[in-house]
Structures are given as C-alpha cells and as structure tokens.
Ligand binder design. Structure first.
Ligand SMILES: [Zn+2]
Length: 354
C-alpha cells in the first residue's frame, strides 16, 4: 500500500533563506504560467494553453533566468502540473454549467508547497534505518536539510514534498509498498448501511449519527475487531442515490413519505460529503489494519427481510421501522439493511474465494 510520512525540518538560517527563495520562484513560475493561460483565454480566438506547451518553455526560462535555473527541473514541472490540474477542475465546472471563479494568482501566503515527483531527481531522501537521527533530505539549490525523523519510514520513497506552515518547514515523503500492520483477526464481519437518519448503521445495531463525525466513526469502525467490512457502494459523487417511491398499501395510487425530502438540496450535499468522507477514511484505515472492505450493490437491501429474504416495499413501514409482511420479523430498518449488506458481502467474498 501507499502511505505518506510527514516530518518537521530543521533548516539552518541560510537554508531557510534558500527555501523561501525556492517557494518564491516556484510561485512566480506558477503565476506566469497562469498569466499565459488567462491571456489566451481572453484572446478572441479563445485558444487554450496546455501543460506540454508550458513545460516545453522551461529550458528557455532556465537559460535566461539564473534564479529559476537554481531549482530542480522536475519540481518546476510539478508546479506547472499543479496549475494544469486547477485549470482542468475549472473547465470541468464550466462544462457542468456552474460558474466557478477563474483560478487566481497566488499571493506570498498562498503558495506553500514544492513537490518532487521522483526521489533522486532534484531531491534525495537520505536516511539510515539504524540511525534515524542522521536523516537528511537533500534539495537541489538548498542543500542537506536535517529531518526530525520521529518514526521510521517504511516502504520505498517515491515522491517528496516540502511545505511551509507558518514559520515551520515540513517534508512529506510518499512511499509505495508499505507493509500493512495486521490486527488480530477474530472471524467476525460487519455490514454497514449509509442512511439519512443516521450517517451509518452497522448490522450490530450501532448508529453513527452525525455527518460531522464521519471521519472518527469510520476510524472507530475500522479499528474494531473485524475481518470483513461490507458497505454499500455509492455512485460516484453519490448524486444518483435516491429514495424510491413507496406505494401506500391502504390507498392504491398514493405514496407514503420515503425520506426523499430529506435527500434533496443542501441536506443531500452534506450527506453526500459525509458518506464520501466516511468511505474514504474507512478504506484507508481498513487497509492499514489489514481489514477487507467490500462494496456491494445496495439494491433491495432496504426492503428485503434479513430473516426470511422476503422482498417487498411494504416491509418498510416508516423510515426507521422494518416489519416483514411474510414472517413478522421486526427490526430497525437501517439495521435490517446493514444485515442484508453483510450477507451480500459475505456471499461475494465466498464466491471470490471459490
Ligand atoms: Zn421475513
């Protein structure tokens, strides 16, 4: 798995000056590249400038500007790529019919990071696993910087970033092939339903209510002694997840409230964000703990009886109450759904093992 490690740097006064100059020059490059894109966009022909065209000018810039020539070519490419991403996000929103603000020039306090896409290219992570106090990171144009390495770095260092936060400087190394730390397996499994009344509900009957605590809930869930965690798959962006129309059994042609109201507008956006954070954190934490997360298709999980398998819209009496019209099984509707999600998850895992 991939993982990032973050450490504080201990630069000398001379190195702080060099780091600051490095940020300033990368910021100037970013702003100049943005200016070129703006000019092209404002031109009546509405031409667009691409990353390759901008990166192609780097050699020339370095040839006539000795300040820019001090720094790594690769970190300058990374800065141009960062602008390219911001522009791509801008145009994506324009195409989606939104009116986003055009990407802005970066002021001195708005540009804090320089990235090196590859260890050994303009930067070098220099550490001895037996002597972590001797760890240094060498940056082109800055020199050898002391790293306050308070814990070991595992895996293979792939990318290096340096970041200014207030008056402090940090290095972030992103590593590949980091071994996972398995927790003792207990043979148990859990299903998770994502809902409106509660952000998440487990098959064990635990409700995680508040979307604001999505991150903590996911962490707690992943840390619990579980082998398998089955969650419902959300559509990308979660935007197409909709409550179904529910016919009223007592009045043909009429429909019962189905929570659709709660699943619209701002409420929905907050829920979508909460579910997204929950799933992201769950995947990350579960991976590092050696847990398996399976995402299952949630179709029918809210109206199928977890006890007998009878599937009918009428089973779901209210948002919270599930009463099976075939066997009489009664449960909290979200707990019933979570149990179905677990069953589907276990079946999928068994099918994959076979
Ligand atoms: Zn039943």
């Amino acid at each position: 798995m991939r993982r990032a490690f973050r450490f504080q740097l201990r630069p000398t006064a001379r190195q702080v000056a060099a780091l600051t100059a490095m940020l300033d020059d990368h910021r100037a490059l970013y702003n100049a590249a943005l200016q070129e894109r703006r000019d092209a966009w404002r031109h009546p022909s509405r031409t667009s400038v691409r990353y390759t065209a901008q990166a192609g000018q780097l050699s020339e810039i370095r040839a006539f500007d000795p300040d820019q020539a001090r720094w790594s070519y690769s970190s300058q490419q990374a800065t141009l790529r960062r602008l390219d991403k911001a522009m791509a996000a801008f145009f994506r929103r324009v195409r989606a019919g939104q009116t986003p603000g055009y990407p802005r020039f970066k002021g001195r306090n708005r540009f804090d990071t320089v990235d090196w896409p590859k260890d050994g290219d303009g930067c070098r992570w220099d550490s001895d696993p037996n002597h972590p106090t001797r760890t240094r990171v060498r940056l082109q144009g800055v020199g050898h910087l002391k790293v306050n390495q308070h814990r070991p770095v595992r895996g293979t260092v792939r990318t290096v970033s340096v970041r200014r936060e207030g008056r402090r400087w940090y290095v972030v190394v992103s590593c590949a092939d980091v071994p996972t730390e398995p927790l003792p397996a207990t043979g148990s499994a859990v299903g998770v339903d994502l809902g409106v009344a509660s952000l998440a509900t487990t098959s064990g009957g635990v409700h995680y209510a508040n979307p604001r605590f999505a991150e903590r809930a996911a962490g707690r869930l992943a840390a619990a002694q579980r082998d398998l965690i089955a969650v419902e798959a959300l559509n990308v962006g979660g935007m197409t997840r909709r409550a179904r129309a529910r016919p009223d059994p007592d009045a043909p042609g009429a429909f019962l409230p189905n929570g659709q109201g709660a699943k619209s507008g701002l409420n929905r956006n907050i829920l979508d964000a909460g579910w997204g954070v929950f799933l992201n954190v769950l995947h990350a934490k579960a991976e590092s703990a050696g847990r398996v997360v399976v995402e299952v298709n949630p179709a029918n999980t809210s109206r199928t009886c977890a006890a007998c398998g009878h599937c009918a819209a009428e089973n779901r009496r209210t948002q919270a109450e599930f009463v099976c019209t075939a066997c009489g099984h009664t449960a909290h509707a979200d707990v019933n759904a979570a149990a179905n999600i677990l069953r589907v998850g276990l079946a999928r895992q068994a099918a994959q093992a076979a």
